[in-house]
Write a protein that binds this ligand. Structure first.
Ligand code: PEP
Ligand code: MG
Length: 585
């Protein structure tokens, strides 16, 4: 019987098709007596060789597609296969207990994982996960089970899972992937970012839905509405098929405007740029004619690995993006690790309040070795093309001066070494902490540009953890307090004659385009897939009307009122356009 579930709308689009339940835990471990110990050891040795081949292949594929940084975790898994202590214990138990090798391996690995998980250190918890992953592969080879991997899917399917690891997502069979449905996840999770980069409809945060879904059943995913419909009735399928055709037609129509000069009806150009986290995203940015990268989340170079990227590796990544986007500018944000982007080997123990914790420049200022290496790479990249450097989470003038002082030190080192860089590289800050809003006039005097990080600004000003599904309904971009803060920052930026863009999710939400433009935003940077829609909006906007909208909204008391005003303006604009087109034809 048809049933509908609501989750977090992570990546837009409609997908209809059969389910592939990706559940690496679904298989039984047999337990039986054996007499041929040597035979069991031979079976194990064969399974280890097969696992090694599988992991080596996966390593090469990931390194080629996403870069070595993202493949590093598979190296860790390969090393675990050589753990001498574990092998010795396994041999000893096999001889003394005389039961099948998969049973011994399974119980041994469970005991090791348990010990590692009990240690109050995230590094050991991560090791426990790595061990479970590798043992799972060996067991499947022993049992001749095919590990459900997502590299070779049996025809077009929607992947349903409790969660997807970055290594599984990175190696997914893109040809056959129709959509993604996850119990876990949030808009800013690594996997969510990858689904948007791949342009695949995705709904996440569905709690326990995956355990109620059977392999092969038909489902519909509406990534824009955040809906998952199980076993839809024929008329529902027909309705969504029509909706899919309509959405795709609309997308194609909008794409045609992608290469056009984006401007309001009265000729004001608004830079429409893309946000990226991974090098693979650059292709899509170019396809959609992004006018540069307004936010390069460089911290993704530091995630899912145990070693730091050195200066050369970082330089290569920054120059690659910069050259690909030339002649447009690329804004490199210094690493924003911490919060929900926790890096165990750098940050030690997980914090109780990570969003209020050791994050971004707070971390960088205490680890000048890591910070300076990144700044050196960024400055050197400024010799490859148009680069801007942006600092995240700036909370006040003192902090800005400190990070700029480190930048100055690095510049001096490069000068002393005779290494080329752009002396005038623009330096800007993200405005995403409420204290920075209050001090915008002081900050504007000491930097070259502002970029409003609305994701964090909303989280911090409304005190709503942006990744907590339980309070997601309180995360309200149209909250009057947020609207007033955005207006204040843009007014200050205009007064001090510095550009002010928006790079949080609000920039890619067409409901806010007119309001932001009316406030004086100079650029909008968003997930590349949002570019055509937002450009379509910009082309219908009149500056005077947009400014009127701002004035009318500033006095409103409730988020609902703001949303209603935005909707009314939106309908008016599109209605007027339709009647103009009607008159013209
Ligand atoms: C933001 O906070 O709005 C932003 C763009 O940065 P991030 O989402 O990476 O925190
Ligand atoms: Mg942020």
């Amino acid at each position: 019987m048809e049933s509908t579930f609501h989750g977090i709308a992570v990546s837009p689009g409609i997908a209809i098709g059969p389910v592939l339940v990706f559940d690496v835990d679904r298989f039984d471990i047999p337990n039986y007596a054996i007499t041929d110990v040597k035979g069991e050891l031979r079976r194990l040795a064969r399974a280890i060789v097969e696992t090694r081949n599988e992991l080596t292949h996966l390593y090469k594929k990931t390194a080629a597609e996403l870069g070595e940084a993202h493949a590093d975790i598979l190296n860790v898994h390969l090393m675990l296969l050589d753990d001498v202590e574990m092998r010795d214990t396994l041999n000893a138990r096999l001889r003394s207990e005389q039961v099948n090798v998969e049973y011994i391996l399974h119980t041994l690995a469970e005991a090791y994982s348990q010990t590692l998980s009990n240690i109050d250190d995230p590094v050991f918890k991560d090791r426990a996960d790595d061990l479970a992953d590798v043992v799972d592969r060996v067991l499947r080879h022993l049992l001749d089970e095919v590990r459900p991997d997502l590299q070779h899917m049996n025809g077009p399917s929607l992947v349903v899972s409790h969660e997807l690891s970055p290594s599984d997502t990175a190696t997914i069979d893109q040809k056959n992937l129709l959509g993604v449905v996850l119990d876990s996840g949030s808009l800013t999770s690594h996997t969510a970012i990858l689904t948007r980069a791949l342009g695949v409809p995705a709904v996440m945060g569905l709690e326990h839905l995956s355990s109620h879904i059977e392999h092969g059943i038909e489902i519909i995913v509406d990534g824009k509405a955040g809906l998952v419909i199980l076993e839809p009735e024929p008329e529902t399928i027909a309705r969504y098929q029509a909706k899919k055709v309509e959405e795709e037609r609309e997308k194609e129509k909008l794409k045609k405007t992608a290469s056009r000069h984006v401007q309001t009806l009265d000729g004001v150009h608004i830079a429409t740029q893309a946000n990226v986290a991974l090098p693979i995203e650059v292709r899509q940015c170019k396809d959609l004619s992004a006018e540069g990268i307004g936010l390069y989340r460089t911290e993704f170079l530091f995630l899912n690995r145990d070693t730091l990227p050195d200066e050369e590796e970082q330089l290569e990544a920054y120059c690659m993006v910069c050259k690909a986007m030339a002649p447009h500018p690329v804004t490199l944000r210094t690493m924003d690790i911490g919060g929900d982007k926790f890096v165990a080997h750098l940050q030690g123990l997980r914090e109780d309040n990570p969003q209020l914790g050791w994050r971004a420049v707070r971390f960088c200022l205490e680890r000048p070795d890591i910070f300076k290496t990144q700044l050196r790479a960024m400055l050197r990249a400024s010799a490859c093309g148009k680069i801007q450097i942006m600092f995240p989470m700036i909370s006040g003038v003192g902090e800005l001066r400190k990070v700029k002082a480190v930048l100055e030190e690095v510049k001096q080192e490069l000068r002393d070494e005779g290494i080329a860089f752009n002396e005038d590289v623009p330096v800007g800050i993200m405005i995403e902490v409420p204290s920075a809003v209050a001090l915008a006039d002081l900050l504007a005097k000491e930097c070259d540009f502002f970029s409003l990080g609305t994701n964090d600004l909303i989280q911090y000003s409304l005190a709503v953890d942006r990744v907590n599904e339980k309070i997601a309904h309180l995360y309200e971009p149209a909250h009057p307090a947020v609207i007033r803060m955005l207006y204040h920052v843009m007014t200050i930026a205009e007064k001090f004659k510095i550009p002010c863009s928006v790079c949080g999710e609000m920039a890619g939400d067409p409901r806010f385009t007119e309001l932001l433009i009316g406030m004086g935003v100079t650029g909008l940077s968003m997930a590349a897939i949002a570019l055509p829609t937002v450009r379509g909006e910009i082309n219908t906007i009149n500056m005077d009307t947009a400014r009127e909208l701002v004035q009318s909204v500033l006095d409103l008391e409730l988020a609902d009122d703001v949303n209603a005003a935005l909707d009314a303006h939106h309908d008016l604009r599109w209605g007027a356009l339709a009647s103009r087109e009607g008159t013209a034809s």
